[in-house]
Design a protein around this ligand. Structure first.
Ligand code: G3I
Length: 370
């Protein structure tokens, strides 16, 4: 740590140079630092984002290409190419790879729930189809992928099961069956995670804790809880995030912050990452910095928010295995299109030119405070 302090204080806090410390090296011994590869990056190996990815992340998630609808838009089509590229790139760079995501109510095409005649599948037939998908993943990428988001977002804020198509056909044990399938098909080194957003909602938090305890009492493998971390400038409170981390860790699993970004511009009517929410249109009121130039006072407010979050995460480091940013730079982060389409938002540690922002340096400092 003393060496790092010297390096950090002697390097300028401006654009990336060889002297800029690597984020994941700074957090070595605390937790992994991850990012994502989008489909467009995977299609363009010379994307400048790779400079950030190679230097600052030691874990990688595929932002979209592994979702069921992306891989199999129809029953007869299977797209392996982008996932193959993702796995090849991450393996070459010794990055801990995440399989995102096996089963999610969103981005799953209707054919998954239907037979060839368009009739709704039985519970057993849908479970068999889920098993086929897990077997395909295991066979092709099981050796290289370490973490799996087995189920994404199956619990609502009030703690009840989401009334998804999976839940309607399979029943309330959809998530349990998914974990049984994953543990029976993926290799022993695979770590199986449940992943969700708004994990500080007391109802969802308590239901997740109860689910992990239930799985453990039945001998069903679950290794970690993913807290998505699509957070706002003033919500949730870091004390509430810490309380959820402690509650999950108390069940004996590790916590992963799986999809971290901070929505500087905010969203008026709701909170979370519900991609089914109605999309709004950009206006001068909700899109105040369309040219991408943020006033210094806003940059500072943003840096302070990241600092307080990372100070808390470092305090909780014994419980945390990985912190993954949802994207690489502000240029392509999904919050430019959610919940308002076509906004110029500010959410990550690297700006639209892939340069470290003041928030980057503030986050770096927190690694030394342990
Ligand atoms: O690739 C097409 C492009 O060809 C087309 O021109 C364009 C028009 O809108 O759409 C492009 O696809 C979009 C894709 O992102 C790539 O930009 C899809 O419409 C859009 O639905 C998709 O959104 C992704 C979303 O998941 C839904 O899958 C976001 O990138 C991705 O960041 C987001 O990630 C999710 C996590 O998987 C789960 N947790 C919440 C998180 C945020 O919603």
């Amino acid at each position: 740590m003393a060496t790092l302090a010297l390096v950090a204080s002697s390097c300028s806090k401006g654009p990336e140079t060889n002297a800029t410390p690597s984020l994941h090296e700074a957090f070595d011994g605390l937790f992994l630092i991850g990012g994502t590869l989008s489909d467009s990056m995977l299609e363009n190996p010379s994307d400048p984002g790779y400079n950030v990815v190679a230097k600052h992340f030691n874990s990688l998630s595929p932002e979209n290409c592994m979702k069921w609808g992306r891989m199999n838009p129809t029953p007869t089509e299977t797209h392996y190419e982008l996932v193959d590229s993702f796995v090849r790139y991450g393996s070459q760079n010794q990055q801990a790879l995440v399989g995102h995501t096996l089963f999610w109510h969103s981005q799953t095409p209707d054919w998954v729930y239907q037979d060839a005649a368009g009739k709704e599948l039985s519970r057993e037939a849908l479970l068999a189809r889920m098993r086929e998908r897990a077997e395909l993943m295991a066979k092709r990428w099981g050796d290289e992928i370490l973490y799996w988001d087995v189920v994404n977002e199956s619990i609502l804020g009030d703690g009840s099961w989401r009334k998804s198509k999976y839940q309607q056909i399979i029943g309330d044990d959809f998530t349990e069956q998914a974990f049984r399938i994953a543990s029976e098909t993926l290799p022993p080194h695979a770590k199986l995670l449940y992943n969700d957003y708004s994990m500080t909602d007391p109802g969802r938090r308590d239901a997740v804790v109860a689910m992990v305890k239930d799985f453990k009492s039945k001998g069903i493998r679950i290794d970690g809880i993913g807290m998505q971390g699509h957070w706002l400038m003033d919500f949730p409170d870091t004390a509430d995030i810490a309380a959820s981390i402690a509650a999950f860790a108390a069940t004996g699993v590790k916590v992963h912050i799986t999809e971290l970004d901070i929505d500087l511009l905010g969203r008026a009517a709701f909170f979370g990452a519900n991609v089914d929410a109605e999309k709004l249109v950009a206006t001068p009121e909700n899109n105040p910095y369309p040219d991408g130039n943020l006033p210094a006072s806003e940059e500072e407010r943003f840096a302070q928010r990241y600092q307080e979050i990372f100070e808390m995460l470092v305090q909780q480091a014994d419980h945390i295995e990985r912190v993954t940013f949802w994207g690489v730079s502000d240029k392509t982060n999904w919050l430019n299109n959610f919940p308002v389409r076509g906004r110029t938002n500010f959410s990550l540690l690297f700006d639209r030119n892939f340069q470290p922002k003041p928030a980057f340096y503030r986050v770096l400092e927190t690694a030394k405070k342990r």
